[in-house]
Write a protein that binds this ligand. Structure first.
Ligand code: DX5
Ligand code: ZN
Length: 208
């Protein structure tokens, strides 16, 4: 299992990255929000460039935006980005955006919101490396995991069986809720780690 730490709710993002660089986590998860796809705004490209220079872990970019290409072109020269994930629910040509992400050398991620039908992503599964299953409504850190998450994860696992696709889950994950969704490959964890007095201890409770 891999942990991707969301720094959205960090009190001091820079300080948290420096402290967590030396831990067993696999990625820093960056939640990019445009104020349209979700009503909040977070992380400008300049801010991501700055944070990327202090991160010793690869970056896992989650684009909660209506126009991902704008952001993808702005981020394309950041060397330590590994995954770029866009949302299924946007009104754009998803396959051409996924192809562009691959062309730039990043892993192609597709995310689905809690009320999107799992089967709806079938037209794209030959053009993705990763599927990000939202286990809360996108927009805010610190929410409670939604009860349908376990069932949806199992459905998604079935759908991608025998394909080389990484499954990532995002939202409301802590040392208890992780047990129900343990079949995923990457776990995005924000508040449970970044709101704690002792983030390094919290990471250990997830990795047992
Ligand atoms: C929600 C974001 C998540 C969130 C996770 O829109 O995509 O990545 O920051 O944070 P927690 O773990 O606090 O739910
Ligand atoms: Zn996220």
């Amino acid at each position: 299992m891999k942990i991707s730490v969301s720094i959205l709710n960090s009190k001091d993002r820079k300080e948290d990255i420096i402290a967590l660089n030396k831990t067993e986590i696999s990625y820093f998860h960056i939640d990019v929000m445009d104020g349209n796809f979700v009503s909040q705004k977070a992380f400008s490209s300049d801010e991501i460039v700055k944070l990327s220079t202090i991160s010793e872990k690869p970056l896992d970019i989650h684009l909660m935006v209506d126009n991902p290409l704008l952001y993808i072109e702005a981020l394309k020269n950041i060397p330590n980005i590994e995954n770029i994930t866009i949302h299924f629910e946007i009104d754009k040509d998803i396959n051409s955006i996924l192809t562009r992400i691959k062309e730039l050398g990043f892993k192609r991620g597709l995310s689905i919101k809690p009320n999107t039908k799992i089967e709806d992503i079938i037209p794209y599964i030959d053009n993705v490396d990763l599927i990000l299953l939202m286990t809360v409504e996108p927009g805010l850190g610190g929410q409670k995991i939604l009860p349908q998450s376990k069932e949806r994860l199992l459905k998604l696992k079935n759908l991608v069986e025998n394909r080389n696709i990484t499954i990532e889950v995002d939202g409301g994950i802590n040392n208890e809720t992780i047990k129900d969704i343990s079949q995923a490959d990457i776990f995005v964890v924000g508040s449970y780690i970044t709101q704690s007095q002792n983030p390094i201890e919290k990471i250990k409770t997830l990795l047992v």
